[in-house]
Each structure stands twice: as structure tokens, then as C-alpha cells.
Design a protein around this ligand. Structure first.
Ligand SMILES: [Zn+2]
Length: 324
């Protein structure tokens, strides 16, 4: 099979340029459990498929131990964000986090907030600043230590299911840019259910699967699909749409409170500029075309979502859910 040429730079994760038989695994549909699908796209030896029964889009075969992508080297991770820890730079997602927390605060002003998949704690430090009593769960020991040492956060080094947390305890559980990495989302949502207070809420942000699908079709038409990481399928294992997300949460005993399109993430382009990934924003002028395009899609997506309840333009989706 053709080996894709990837921009080569140092990063903290364990993503590969190609996944051969020993590096990948087949799975049943994470939503309905069936094994009958259509292949939408293939990249790096992995495939993105759509379940014929429930329409969930997921990676199959996916990277083995996909959830351990970020179990990488602590020094590399730290250096990606050193200037942020030193208080000299902001994080490129800070504005996103502030917006997301504002939406959460409209429903829960304060209380115990548990962040699942805390990474280096950039989101959780904002939640703490805004007055929540915070705790995090992060399975990567190197990332959890960085979050503890630099922000003084209370982080459990574990997957949520193994963390042995108190039941009926949390007012808010957050999964920000996390659920798309989770291979057994139903198990995670059911565990969260038991940890949440009766009137607690869960805030979940994921990339929009309908946008990825739309982008793929457009890229195939224009012959540009081989140069784009359309699905991020070495990291992402499920691609939610408003429809499949709703089915997933209802199967786990939740109901929808709010769904909306959050402002887009403007990923920095340091890797192209200096050969290393850095977490702080890159200069607008060097990436203005893509930033402008993402902002345009955001506003188009908001209009489309308001009119039709679905969107192919919104890059991400955010949901606030509660117990039935
Ligand atoms: Zn299915």
C-alpha cells in the first residue's frame, strides 16, 4: 500500500505514519454493536466506516490502544507549552475554553467539576479560575504530572472507569475534545452517570462528523484528499453527528439539555514554521486564510444548525446533557 508522506515533526504522542496489521484492530460498532458497515475512506492503513444499522461513523480498523496515543514523553509535552506554564503566552484554545465554560455556567454556576481526559490541564485551570471545585482524570502519567505540577490541580492518573471516584458526587462532568478518542464511549458514559449528582450535567465537545464527511467528499472531488488529515483517524475513533450523538446518550440514560456549535479551534502552525509543535497561538498573518475560512464556516454552520438541526459546516459540536 502507498505510504503517505507526512509533515515530520517532534510531537509527544505515539501516532504513526502507517499502521500495519500488528498496529491495528477491528471492532464492532461502538453504538449498536453490529458489524455491518460501508467504508467511507482509508488513510495510513486505517479506515473510516459508517454503520449500516445506526449510521455511526467510526474508525475500523483503528489504531490498537488508540486511547494511549498521548502516553508520550513528558519533556516533549512540557516543551510544547513551556511558555504557557511560565505565564508568557496564552494557550491557543483559551478562548474556546472560556466560551465553553460560559455556556456551562449558564446552567451550573459552581460546584464540583470533574474533567475527563484532562491532558496538561489547560481547560481545567480555566474552570478553577472561574470558581469551580475541580478534579481531573488523565490516564497518561506524564500529562497528569504536568497538570499537577504546573497548575496545582487535583488529577487522578487513571481511565475514568478505573479511577474509583465517589458516586452521586459531581455537579458537572466535562469531556472537552475527548469522547472522539474513546473506544468504548457507552462504558464511559455509564460510569459518568453513576458519578453525577441527580441534577448534574455533562458537557461534551466533539468534532462534527458531518463536517468531516462533507470535507472528504469535497476533497475527493477536487483530488486533494491525499494531502489532508480529514478524519485524524490515527487519533479519533468515533465521529459523532447530532443524530448519532443523541442516540448514544439516550441509550445511556441521558437526555439532551442544549446543543450548539462552539467557535472553531485555530490550531497553531508552528510545526510548519519551526519544525516543532507549540501550543500557543501562531501569528494570524501567517495563517490568515485558514483562520478566516474556519470563522466563516462557523457562522454558516450556526445559521444552518438553527434552521435544520444539523450542520455540515460547523467544525465542532457541543452538547450539554443531563440524567433522564
Ligand atoms: Zn451501529
Amino acid at each position: 500500500m502507498e505510504r503517505l508522506q507526512k509533515e515530520d515533526y517532534i510531537h509527544g504522542g505515539t501516532q504513526k505514519d502507517f499502521y500495519d496489521e500488528g498496529d491495528r484492530e477491528f471492532c464492532n460498532c461502538p453504538l449498536c454493536g453490529k458489524d455491518d458497515y460501508l467504508i467511507l475512506d482509508s488513510d495510513r492503513g486505517l479506515s473510516v466506516v459508517k454503520c449500516k444499522s445506526c449510521e455511526l461513523i467510526y474508525t475500523n480498523p483503528r489504531a490498537k490502544d488508540a486511547q494511549e496515543n498521548y502516553f508520550g514523553d513528558a519533556t516533549t509535552f512540557y516543551n510544547e507549552a513551556r511558555l504557557i506554564f511560565q505565564g508568557k503566552k496564552t494557550h491557543h484554545r483559551d478562548k474556546n475554553y472560556e466560551y465553553e465554560l460560559k455556556k456551562i455556567k449558564k446552567i451550573k454556576k459552581n460546584g464540583r467539576l470533574l474533567d475527563v481526559g484532562t491532558n496538561m490541564g489547560f481547560f481545567l485551570r480555566k474552570a478553577k479560575e472561574l470558581g469551580f471545585e475541580t478534579e481531573g482524570v488523565e490516564p497518561s502519567a506524564s500529562l497528569a504530572k504536568i497538570a499537577r505540577d504546573n497548575w496545582g490541580l487535583n488529577i487522578h492518573t487513571a481511565f475514568l472507569e478505573q479511577a474509583k471516584l465517589s458516586q452521586d458526587h459531581y455537579d458537572v462532568i466535562t469531556l472537552i475534545d475527548v469522547l472522539e478518542h474513546v473506544t468504548n464511549p457507552k462504558e464511559l458514559l455509564k460510569t459518568s452517570y453513576s458519578l453525577l449528582k441527580k441534577d448534574g450535567i455533562i458537557a461534551i465537545k466533539v468534532p462534527n462528523g458531518d463536517y468531516n464527511h462533507f470535507k472528504m467528499k469535497l476533497a475527493k472531488k477536487t483530488g486533494k484528499d491525499k494531502n489532508m488529515d480529514i478524519w485524524d483517524c490515527c487519533e479519533h475513533v468515533v465521529y459523532y453527528t447530532p443524530k448519532t450523538f443523541r442516540k448514544m446518550i439516550e441509550d445511556c440514560g441521558y437526555k439532551m439539555n442544549t446543543c450548539f456549535i462552539p467557535p472553531p479551534i485555530h490550531s497553531p502552525i508552528w510545526a510548519n514554521l519551526v519544525g516543532h509543535y507549540h501550543q500557543y497561538p501562531s501569528p494570524f498573518i501567517l495563517d490568515w486564510k485558514r483562520i478566516t475560512l474556519r470563522n466563516l464556516l462557523y457562522y454558516l454552520g450556526k445559521i444552518e444548525f438553527a434552521l435544520t438541526g444539523k450542520t455540515k459546516f460547523g467544525l465542532d459540536l457541543m452538547f450539554i446533557i443531563e440524567k433522564k
